[in-house]
Design a protein around this ligand. Structure first.
Ligand code: SAM
Length: 471
């Protein structure tokens, strides 16, 4: 039985006639940057993706992998530096994928993000839609208010660090470059307490051990810190004592959780948690509105840029106090509550029940009574609102990377808002959804505005404003 299969495999192998072979070394000139931030060189039209290589650089490359349609290579020698190269970059951040654009000067990163949206619009024949320059940060480092750090045993000792990209090699690390520096310090303290209590780290291969990840969140304005220890099972010996020890070492840690993730999975958090010590939530604020945040609720990781995005959304909405607004994919109600004071009524929908619990509490915390929140999939809730005859003036979308479900798009046409404000974290799905909306009675009113929400990484965040053309 296995003979024909082997023969087929063999002939497939022979058929693979690529212009480069694995382990070959060759000189190439980088022509482009992929959306992931890798240099792209062409050998007889065959693309080679190369880490730490920028357009206009001539390099000696070593081919690591050559599949039928493209290959991967690493730099052996670089003969010249691109004018866009950030010369003091450190390879560890590139190798782990923490900061894949760190070798690109910041102005070039901002241009790269704008161009990515432009190229996708061009491919979709939507060249009439313009893209403004990306609004960046004055200090594009140490901005993340949340860290999710893997934990492993290295030489018999519990270590925090990161995995090399496309490998399972664990690299111990203490300065994460893009995280709030206080998070790095708390991480060191948590690591020391776990070592003191001799808690073993998770072993992925054997699915044994205890600590899988340490998740730390810090309020940008409040300075309050939440530590979540993600464990493989319910067992966390002396959990309460070690949580108290963490709090006594770090006075700003106000909440310590255990989250249980028993699955063999890359997903970081499990679905159950237990408060070990302190308060159930941390508090922070955005544009003066207070928020209580639970461990699994989504909260934007770059507070300063988020404030700019929400201000832009509020300006685009041009509220007069008479409008009904839908905030779809509302998380803990951050956009809803920032618009509620200027609107007649806001409806938020979000799939995570804990986030909606936070959203309701956040409305009370800010004395807001005209915001109503629903736990539901947007694709279901939009159908219900459409059947109930709801007529919103404005719909704000802030979906996850997969963008809007067809059902959401179709029901939006029934809801027929005059204006749509689309906050996107994935330009590919944004452009797909704009294609649908512009073919169905909406037009983009001005340039798409990218915001650099994730400096040093390839993530592109943007806001698009659309208006209904048919009255
Ligand atoms: C990019 S976040 C935006 C959250 C919020 N607008 C903010 O700025 O903090 C996307 C949110 O969509 C939620 N979500 C994911 N899939 C969903 C769905 N099918 N229906 C409703 N919400 C969903 C996620 O839980 C997450 O809170």
């Amino acid at each position: 039985m296995s003979q024909p299969f082997l023969a087929k495999k063999e002939s497939r192998k022979k058929m693979k006639n690529t212009p480069v072979q694995k382990n070959q070394e060759l000189e190439v000139t980088v022509e482009d940057l992929s959306y992931q931030g890798r240099g792209v060189a062409k050998v007889d039209h065959y693309p080679l993706f190369i880490d730490d290589a920028l357009p206009s650089e001539k390099i000696l490359a070593h081919v690591m992998k050559a599949s039928r349609n493209y290959g991967f290579a690493k730099v052996i020698k670089r003969y010249n530096d691109s004018p866009d190269r950030q010369l003091d970059s450190e390879s560890a951040y590139l190798q782990t994928g923490i900061a894949p654009l760190q070798h690109l000067k910041y102005e070039a990163q901002l241009r790269f993000k704008q161009q990515q949206i432009e190229e996708l619009l061009h491919k979709a024949h939507l060249d009439q839609i313009a893209v403004a320059s990306t609004r960046g940060m004055a200090e594009p480092l140490h901005y993340r208010n949340k860290a999710q750090i893997p934990v492993r045993m290295v030489n018999g000792q519990l270590e925090t660090g990161f995995f090399r990209q496309r490998s399972h090699q664990f690299v111990p690390m203490h300065d994460f470059l893009i995280q709030d520096p206080r998070i790095d310090q708390v991480l060191e303290a948590v690591q020391a307490v776990l070592r003191e209590f001799e808690v073993p780290a998770y072993n992925e291969r054997q699915h044994s051990g205890v600590i899988r990840h340490i998740v730390i969140r810090r309020g940008h304005y409040s300075g309050q810190v939440m530590v979540t220890l993600v464990t493989r099972s319910r067992k966390l010996p002396a959990g309460t004592q070690l949580a108290q020890q963490i709090m006594s070492h770090c006075q700003d840690v106000v909440s310590v959780y255990q989250n249980i993730n028993a699955d063999k999975t890359n997903v970081i958090m499990g679905k159950q948690e237990k408060l070990l010590a302190g308060k159930p939530q941390i508090e922070d604020q955005l544009n003066g509105i207070k928020f209580a945040i639970s461990p699994r609720s989504f909260f934007q990781v770059n507070s300063l840029q988020t404030e700019k995005i929400y201000q832009y959304v509020a300006e685009a909405a041009q509220l007069s106090g008479k409008e009904t607004v839908i905030d779809a994919y509302c998380g803990i109600g951050t956009i809803s509550l920032s618009l509620a004071k200027k609107a007649k009524q806001v409806y938020g929908v979000e799939i995570v029940a804990d986030a909606i619990k936070d959203a309701k509490q956040n409305a009370v915390l800010n004395g807001i009574t005209n915001a109503e929140f629903k736990v539901a999939a947007a694709e279901e809730q939009f159908g219900k609102w459409a059947s109930a005859g709801l007529k919103p003036d404005i719909v704000v979308f802030d979906p996850p990377r997969k963008g809007l479900e067809t059902k959401v798009l179709e029901n939006t046409l029934t809801l027929a808002p005059k204006k749509i404000v689309y906050v996107s974290c994935n330009p590919a799905t944004l452009v797909r959804d704009l294609q649908f909306l512009t073919e169905n009675g909406y037009q983009v009113t001005g340039p798409i505005q990218p915001f650099d929400q994730f400096p040093q990484t390839n993530h592109v965040e943007s806001v698009t404003v659309l208006e209904r053309t048919e009255k």
